[in-house]
Ligand binder design. Structure first.
Ligand code: SAH
Length: 415
């Protein structure tokens, strides 16, 4: 339709409904999280995927057809999002969609689209969607003003002062912020982290970063996918460091967005050193770490009066008997407090056995929480002696946190 007529706004209720996404690049990476959040049955057609999209496939959140688009992909679809650069390929999707009366969003050509995606902001149950009459920048300016009215997040336009970590830097000079994105729920980023994100020219994001945060970025923001999938495709840390430094030296405001807190098993220190070596100013914005937030989301406080006066956060990614292990598991076994293990699923049988062998009672309560603070959260309660077996039996997957200690049953009625 032409731009002389005004668009008709709707809130699509996509739960369980098939939505086809054509393309597996940066645009699709940004569009898919909001579709998944709406509960859509996402069918992705693309010969190649970004690592972030691949991790959605691996986690079983969407279906992937590894090939080019075919018209009958749209059979049974309610909506199609075209996220390819090739205008001929995009036009063939449009034609198939029109034939089937399926609304078609086109990232490449808004005039050829039958539906437009608005600039969006979310605040709890409220979703605000703004269409700018053909001008995406107008839509985003209005959206930013509404976001400020909603009160949850200060507007970037009002807080243009350079923040303290980069106080000596002239405005307009490039800089890097290492920002913790929180454990999964997009509302668990800090106010400061959110502000810097809205000011960024370049965002370098991890796999564990909540996708909905990326949904609100301006389309001209360069989004670099730094996903490092365990035992899968990975981009070397040096390459990430190089991107941060190069973009900042080119005058860009770079946000390195990391799951949880940047300094908790996040390699934030290495990135800080790389920037410092290149004389690039860096700010570190702490995040809500999954080590504390994920147990909380499953009803487990990491400390509790008269139950635990300490908690220890440890990485389980190296096997206890490996010469590379920096953890003295036999000493941890002698602690009475809470043990929070990140990246520990693969080595859980060996870890649990080592703790029991060195004196932690097998009956100690344990809980494993997968994808904590997100809509996909799963929790499994067990004991130290049984937990490895129970995880295998229920098929829990990373990202997951294991909590061992009496706090696990501190807030349960029969605990
Ligand atoms: N810097 C991050 C941790 C990075 S290590 C933080 O502070 O939270 C990655 C590990 O964190 C995962 O393997 C998993 O053990 C844990 N993790 C992160 N987010 C999680 C979530 N939402 N649910 C469960 N575990 C999570």
């Amino acid at each position: 339709m032409t731009e002389r007529t005004s668009p008709y706004p709707l809130g699509l209720r996509l739960a369980g409904r098939r939505v086809v996404v054509v393309g597996g690049g940066a645009v699709a990476t940004r569009r898919v999280p909001a579709l998944l959040d709406a509960g859509a049955d996402v069918f992705l057609v693309a010969p190649e995927l970004t690592p972030a999209l691949r991790s959605h496939v691996d986690a079983g959140r969407l279906h992937w057809a590894r090939r080019r688009f075919a018209a009958d992909d749209l059979d049974g679809a309610w909506l199609v999002q075209v996220a390819v650069d090739d205008p001929v390929a995009a036009a063939s999707v449009s034609a198939a969609a029109a034939e089937r009366r399926v609304f078609c969003v086109r990232a490449d050509d808004r005039a050829a689209a039958t539906a437009w995606t608005p600039a969006v902001t979310r605040s709890g149950p409220v979703t605000v969607a703004v269409l700018g009459g053909g001008d995406p920048h107008r839509a985003m300016t209005v959206r930013d003003a509404i976001r400020e009215l909603l009160g949850a997040r200060p507007s970037p336009t009002r807080t243009t002062t350079v923040d303290e970590g980069a106080a000596a830097v002239a405005p307009g000079a490039g800089r890097v912020a290492l920002v913790g994105a929180g454990p999964g729920d997009p509302e668990l980023i800090t106010v400061k982290g959110w502000r810097l994100l809205t000011e960024a020219d370049v965002v370098v994001a991890d796999r564990l970063v909540p996708g909905l945060l990326l949904d609100e970025l301006r389309p001209d923001v360069e989004l670099v996918d730094a996903s490092k999938i365990p035992y899968g495709p990975s981009r070397a840390q040096e390459e990430i460091n190089r991107i941060l430094v190069d973009r900042a030296l080119a005058g860009k405001v770079v946000v390195r967005l990391k799951g949880g807190d940047p300094y908790v098993f996040g390699r934030g220190g290495e990135e800080l050193l790389a920037c410092a070596e290149a004389c690039v100013p860096v700010t570190v914005v702490p995040g809500v770490t999954s080590a504390i937030a994920v147990p909380a989301a499953a009803g487990v406080p990491v400390t509790h009066r008269a139950v635990a006066h300490e908690f220890t956060v440890v990485s389980g990614h190296v096997a206890p008997d490996s010469p590379d292990s920096l953890v003295r598991w036999e000493h941890l076994a002698g602690l009475r407090g809470t043990l929070v293990i990140l990246m520990g699923l693969k080595n859980l049988p060996a870890i649990a056995a080592t703790l029991v062998a060195h004196g932690r009672p097998a009956a100690t309560p344990a809980v494993v929480v997968q994808e904590g603070t997100t809509g996909a959260q799963r929790a499994l309660r067990s004991t130290l002696g049984e937990v490895a077996h129970d995880v295998a039996a229920t098929g829990l997957r990373p990202p997951a946190i294991v909590v061992i200690g009496d706090v696990v049953s501190a807030l349960t009625p029969d605990g």
